[in-house]
Design a protein around this ligand. Structure first.
Ligand code: SF4
Length: 486
């Protein structure tokens, strides 16, 4: 059997009056198919329309033809600017790649006062100061960060509990600002903290340097304290007091929160969303658990499978959509990032949704000991004993040695979703990312076998779910369009 149609078949297509531009299609459910082009514009149609379109038999006077033409799926006699428009859109989508690394994560300490069983970082007890970053390591890391060509440099301080090494955070900020007096880049600072140890000094530092605070809030008090144990079992109380204090003293939008879904969260998505509303957040990121750090050591990652998380996710998403339909504006941030890819010409900077992978390109991590990792997940993997994504050390390697390292380049080379098996013909490829660290961690392979990949399984279900919801209800599409442009 021939793999290809006969030449005559293609000649008939040409003679029909339009030519096909590159597109891919995937079945949504039943007779409904989604087709997408290389810049992510998409159209949902039935099987017969798809067959007619691909076979060159589509009626030029029908509405499907007009939509396909407007979205650059076909080229006919009066649309000779289509290819130019398509290439401009593609260039716009890929433009952020040229800026290289904007996000620089500094692990100021591994010490932590919490002992979360799902912790994605293998923490150290809070009296073990040998796990603090030194000023010498910080200076060398700053030097590397400023070698990045990006006009925006975001410095994020992480732990452990980053505030346990507040003096080093102050040292780094002052040094970055001193250097930037000449460089004049757009500098942003973020402190990731559980807020339990928020001090007057930390608040004052944040005020002086316009620092954004990022914290963890897993849901209502019971769930949060169960997920995030600390001496006194008062993590929730301290976090909420910290959030309120930051808002009172620094401003309403100077604090954001992230949640992690554990097995205990799975039947509580509405109370979790309600908790975020009660704490006056404007949205929530319904995050799955990562297969790294203590999460895997304590078997938390295996505690639920992907289908359970997807049920949790869609129950939460539908609840949030209903709130919006009733007039209460609230956003699910993972959906918002995907929708930005689906409905706008722009790319969110979220590492997991970048292709080629965001590892080392969108973000880089300077560990407390000077080791440099291609992503936060790479560092977590190293804490489990797998240093495959350690791309150098600030004390012994140059910028060129670190960022042109084969480890990084090989991972990036195999992370162009448009050229890997299954992704290359998947209609969702323009929205998806590549996660070589995840696939290495779960399948010992940078690319991964996508039918067995939880990353693929999860993303595909989310992409389908979002398209189905906005395709079947115009009022939901309006909400999604607002989220996409946030
Ligand atoms: S990972 Fe899965 S959903 Fe994403 S592009 Fe590849 S095949 Fe499609």
């Amino acid at each position: 059997m021939s793999k290809f149609q006969s030449l005559q078949k293609y000649e008939e297509t040409l003679a029909s009056g339009y030519r096909l531009l590159p597109f891919r299609f995937t079945q949504l459910e039943g007779d409904a198919y989604v087709a997408s082009n290389m810049v992510g514009e998409f159209i949902v149609m039935d099987r017969a329309a798809l067959d007619d379109f691909a076979g060159g038999r589509l009626n030029p006077r029908g509405p499907v033809y007009d939509e396909l033409k407007a979205k650059h799926f076909l080229l006919d006699g009066d649309s000779d600017v289509t290819v130019d428009l398509l290439s401009v859109k593609l260039r716009t989508k890929l433009a952020p790649l040229a800026n290289f690394t904007a996000l620089h994560l500094f692990v100021t300490t591994l010490r932590c006062d919490h002992s979360c069983p799902y912790c994605q970082v293998s923490r150290a007890n809070d009296d073990r100061q040998e796990f603090d970053m030194s000023e010498e390591t910080a200076l060398k890391s700053i030097e590397l960060a400023f070698r990045s060509p990006s006009p925006v440099l975001k410095f994020e301080f992480q732990g452990g509990e980053s505030l346990l090494n507040l003096n080093l955070i102050r040292f780094i900020i002052e040094e970055v600002k001193r250097r930037n007096a000449e460089e004049r880049r757009d500098i942003q600072f973020v402190i990731a903290t559980n807020l339990a140890l928020l001090s007057d000094e930390a608040i004052e530092l944040a005020r002086q340097h316009d620092i954004l605070i990022s914290t963890s809030l897993d849901g209502p008090e019971d769930l949060h304290n169960r997920n995030r144990p600390r001496p006194g079992n008062d993590s929730y109380k301290r976090t909420i007091e910290g959030i309120q204090r930051v808002r009172r003293e620094l401003g309403r939008d100077r604090v954001g929160a992230l949640m992690t879904t554990t097995a205990a969260s799975l039947n509580q998505v509405k109370p979790i969303v309600d908790e975020y509303i009660a704490q006056d957040f404007r949205g929530i990121f319904l995050r799955p658990l990562s297969p790294y750090g203590f999460a895997i050591k304590t078997k938390f990652y295996q505690a639920y499978d992907q289908s359970k998380w997807l049920e949790f996710y869609f129950e939460g998403l539908d609840y949030i959509i209903d709130l919006n339909l009733k007039g209460f504006g609230f956003t699910e941030y993972y959906a918002a990032m995907v929708l930005r890819k689906m409905l706008t010409p722009f790319q969110p900077g979220y590492v997991d949704l970048l292709s080629p992978a965001g590892a080392g390109v969108a973000a880089v991590v300077y560990n407390y000991d000077g080791d440099v990792y291609a992503s936060d997940e790479s560092r977590m993997l190293a804490e489990m004993g797998d240093k495959s994504f350690c791309i150098g050390n600030v004390h012994s390697n140059t910028y060129e040695e670190i960022f042109l390292d084969d480890t990084l380049l090989e991972a990036l080379e195999s992370s162009f979703a448009s050229s890997v098996p299954m992704c290359s013909w998947c209609a969702f490829e323009p929205y998806c990312g590549a996660d070589p660290v995840f696939h290495h961690a779960t399948q010992s392979d940078f690319v991964g076998k996508k039918p067995l990949s939880a990353f693929c399984n999860r993303n595909m279900a989310v992409f389908k779910g979002l398209i189905q919801r906005m395709n079947s209800r115009p009022e939901v599409r309006e909400i999604f369009e607002r989220w996409a442009y946030m």
